[in-house]
Write a protein that binds this ligand. Sequence first.
Ligand code: FES
Length: 126
Amino acid sequence: MKEVFFFKDDTNVSNEVSVWFKAARVDDFPVNGGACVKYKDKQVAVFNFQRKGKWYACQNLCPHKMEMVLSRGMIGDESGIPKVACPMHKKTFSLESGKNLNGDLDAIVTYPVKIENNIVYIGFSE
Ligand code: FES
């Protein structure tokens, strides 16, 4: 059984996971792209960043114009920091800390992701 955890230690990320939500199978996510997953009242953007060999999750809501679009954003790398660019007006956010990298918007919330037996889990603290 292969178990991979992707925790981050930034303050905007909860390390106290109380619920691992079973999102979907690995194959359900586009390679080097994102998909939106619903958990309760949350929309979560999940990214299979295969070029980095990692998975990331963050809120789907872009804080710029409050659009639920980040899962459709383009992922990339800025000086080693994995990022997502909003498809609307290209505001970019770190997928680790959630920080807005090209402006002063509020940071987005990011979530830990783990892969177990080909299933993608997102960690929430409740
Ligand atoms: S709505 Fe995301 S950058 Fe404008």
